[in-house]
Ligand binder design. Structure first.
Ligand SMILES: NC(=O)c1ccc[n+]([C@@H]2O[C@H](COP(=O)([O-])OP(=O)(O)OC[C@H]3O[C@@H](n4cnc5c(N)ncnc54)[C@H](OP(=O)(O)O)[C@@H]3O)[C@@H](O)[C@H]2O)c1
Length: 270
């Protein structure tokens, strides 16, 4: 009850203008990575109300079929492409599939991701934590955006980077693998932003706070933390696509960003 009250303040409800959304999205092809559950599934569910074509990417065929069924029920169409984004070869196959069918892509929602919360001591024998988070959170989306830039450019399309608020905060203990990989992709995107603009490709980034999905489920400490619902996160993502801004973050984020900056200054002195 108490958390609900805090959540309502931290994450006020957002609403979509349905008519504007239909006008904007109708007939568009939208590729969503990590579409089988969590935030990706919530984006697919809402977007499917606007008669779009969805290309749904993740590893779980069964869950993707469920999302496809929702899209069809909502009068949209969907193709599913089962891909393990840890595997470069499978990313190449996805790219080939798109090119072979001469698909157009209007919007790429780069959402698939993996989070790891682990101390340095526990990470010592776990180099693979870093290769895996880097592959999924950084290198796979780099490979996809490089390959899809010409298609997005033809369509005057958009790349939506589903990032995390902790990318904007100072580095935090136990988050090295996750924070480094998410920051790497954010830097890559921001570095390319002006060149994408010249190619008629817009970059938009959503710096999400904690969202109630499977990603945070293994971490007991988050059970009582105020967090956003995945549908609310998806609404914010879609609102950003519809709006003119290039990024979105929670209204209160300037406070931890500023406090973090000063704490870092003090911390570094010791
Ligand atoms: N939840 C949060 O608190 C939070 C906060 C800030 C930012 N984010 C960001 O939001 C995005 C979505 O997170 P979420 O919370 O919705 O996570 P989630 O519920 O765990 O969903 C992750 C999605 O990524 C897919 N995925 C995982 N590994 C994959 C792989 N190797 N190849 C292809 N797809 C893979 C999963 O599908 P399969 O398992 O079927 O492959 C699933 O569809 C991530 O980029 C995350 O960094 C989340």
């Amino acid at each position: 009850m108490k958390i609900n009250w805090i959540e309502n303040i931290l994450y006020p409800k957002v609403f979509l203008n349905r008519r504007k959304a239909t006008k904007y999205f109708q007939g568009k092809t939208i590729l969503i990575t990590g579409a089988s559950e969590g935030i990706g599934k919530a984006c697919a569910t809402i977007l499917s109300k606007f008669q779009v074509h969805l290309i749904l990417v993740a590893r779980s065929q069964e869950k993707l079929e469920e999302v496809k069924a929702i899209a069809t029920q909502n009068n949209s169409t969907a193709s599913i492409y089962v891909t393990d984004l840890y595997q470069e070869q499978q990313i190449d196959q996805l790219i080939e599939y798109i090119h072979a069918r001469q698909m157009t892509i209007d919007i790429l929602i780069s959402n698939a991701g993996k989070s790891i919360h682990r101390s340095l001591t526990k990470s010592l024998p776990r180099y693979h934590d870093f290769t895996r988070t880097n592959m999924l959170n950084y290198l796979a989306p780099v490979k996809l955006t490089l390959a899809l830039t010409p298609l997005l450019s033809q369509q005057k399309g958009e790349i939506i980077n589903i990032s995390a608020l902790n990318v904007l905060l100072p580095p935090a203990p136990h988050w090295a693998a996750y924070q480094a990989s998410k920051t790497a992709f954010d830097q890559y995107c921001r570095s390319n932003q002006s060149e994408w603009k010249k190619m008629n490709v817009k970059l938009k980034t959503v710096y999400l706070p904690l969202v109630k999905t499977e990603m945070i489920a293994p971490n007991d400490r988050y059970k009582n933390f105020p967090a956003m619902q995945s549908s609310e996160a998806a609404l914010r993502i879609i609102k950003l696509i519809l709006g003119t801004g290039s990024y979105s973050r929670p209204w209160w984020s300037p406070f931890p960003i500023t406090i973090g900056f000063f704490i870092r200054k003090i911390w570094d002195k010791f």
